[in-house]
Design a protein around this ligand. Structure first.
Ligand code: PMT
Length: 414
């Protein structure tokens, strides 16, 4: 039977044999940090990708693999009955087929068939496999039985191909699992509770930060000068003021307490991460310098001088802020930044209207000590209502607080 009311929730973490099995390690660590009792169950073939010892060290109990490894002849029913939830990450095409078909020939599938607990599957595979009718059929069967499917993301796959099939990011998987367990989504250092006070207490905020990297080949990319300082300062300030903060960042800068971090690399990664998290958010702030263009072709192996100078053909990236404006739900506050070097207000005002945001933070990045990589910033916050708030040159933390003051005023007015 599932644990007593005050016992930590018992989650079986199933890992099947995909290249992204290494990301299940992060899922395991984050769940344990969030106060969950994690019982790792690997398929035999998953151990070709990731070691049992890693899960032994990070999980709450020894990793199990075989149906016959334990003294108990029925480990699957023990696990299935104790589980408050079973999550499989990654779930391969083969695992999904066996689960949908009711096969129970190893410990993981036997546990899935033996449990009455909610089940979450996180498919990950090559795009061709993901799009195959048999895989989609098996997912439809599982969904119709109440299984939660966390779909894969689009991005770079093993072998350099790009497309849907990459395992959803571990932070998102953990958020969904905690959500299904009825636990507050971990805010801050994983497992910590949100501060009860502050003018943003209980407000869900998504912030983006940093400059995305758009690959040319496995060793080269196009990027910009964003350090992530302004976006990280916003996330930290929102957390200090009591908000539940998710920071989607292309920067590896450290982040203060109270912030759930979702690392991303490309504009496509950022789009997937921001759009999925913004659905339930009260406030979305796009401080990231998202690349406007990316190479149309990403070469799978390193380009060499001896092959001549490559022609770099660029294509536009998705406009995330525009899409957020289009999807925005009632009451959500949307904030964009406009980094400009000339005709700053004119361009910022055009972006405010064109992207459908509430506030546009005009950033004259040609000015001394302002914008990219500086510790200071100077901005003018333009409101959709025609208002302007000038924030003179000061530290990025203070600028963050000035922007959040405007956000608070808008939230109060709704
Ligand atoms: O990171 P730092 O070094 O601290 O520097 C801070 C900063 C200068 C990066 C920051 O203050 C800033 O101005 N961020 C926005 C940079 C930018 O990309 O501006 P933009 O004018 O090109 O884009 C307008 C808005 O659309 C931005 O909110 C941007 O996040 C968003 N955008 C842009 C392109 C795209 N494909 N999708 C988007 O959502």
């Amino acid at each position: 039977m599932p644990g007593a009311a005050d016992a930590p929730p018992f989650v079986v973490l199933g890992v099947s044999a995909g290249i992204s099995a290494y990301k299940a390690v992060e899922v395991c660590r984050r769940l344990v940090d969030a106060g969950v009792h994690v019982a790792p169950v690997l398929t035999e073939r998953a151990t070709r990708f990731v070691g049992k010892a890693t899960f032994d060290a990070l999980g709450s109990e020894p990793t199990q693999i075989g149906l016959w490894d334990e003294a108990s002849p029925i480990p699957h029913t023990r696990l299935g009955q104790r589980a408050d939830l079973v999550v499989v990450a990654p779930a391969t095409a083969d695992l999904l087929a066996r689960y949908a078909g009711g096969f129970a020939d190893d410990l993981l599938t036997a546990t899935l068939v033996a449990t009455a607990a909610p089940v979450v599957v996180c498919p990950a595979m090559h795009t061709e496999m993901w799009e195959h009718p048999s895989v989609q059929h098996n997912l439809a069967v599982l969904s119709s039985r109440g299984v939660t499917v966390i779909p894969p993301e689009e991005g770079r796959l093993a072998g350099g191909d790009v497309g849907p099939g990459r395992l959803a990011d571990p932070a998102l998987i953990v958020e969904r699992v905690l959500d299904l367990l009825g636990r507050p989504v971990g805010v801050g250092s994983p497992g910590a509770a949100a501060p009860a006070t502050g003018d943003l207490a209980g407000i869900r905020v998504v912030v983006s930060a940093g400059g995305t990297r758009e690959p040319i080949d496995p060793v080269r990319f196009i990027t910009n000068r964003s350090s992530g300082k302004q976006g990280h300062a916003l996330a930290e300030a929102a957390a200090r003021r009591g908000a539940q903060v998710v920071l989607v960042t292309a920067s590896s800068r450290p982040v203060g307490p109270g912030v759930v971090v979702v690392p991303v690399e490309t504009a496509a990664d950022m789009e997937a991460a921001v759009l999925s998290r913004s659905e339930g958010a009260d406030v979305v702030i796009m401080a990231a310098a998202v690349a406007d263009f990316r190479p149309k072709v990403v070469h799978g192996s390193k380009l060499h001088k001896t092959d001549g100078v490559p022609e770099l053909i660029l294509e536009p990236t998705p406009d995330i802020l525009f899409e957020l404006g289009r999807r925005r739900r009632q009451g959500q506050v949307l904030v964009g930044f406009a980094a400009e070097t000339d005709r700053v207000f004119e361009r910022a005002r055009a972006k405010l209207v064109g992207k459908g945001v509430d506030l546009m933070v005009a950033n004259d990045v040609a000015a001394e000590g302002v914008g990219f990589d500086h510790d200071t910033n100077e901005v003018t916050i333009l409101g959709a209502d025609g208002s302007t708030t000038e924030v003179p040159l000061r530290g990025k933390n203070a600028v963050a607080d000035a922007i959040l003051d405007r956000v608070c005023a808008l939230l109060c007015a709704r």
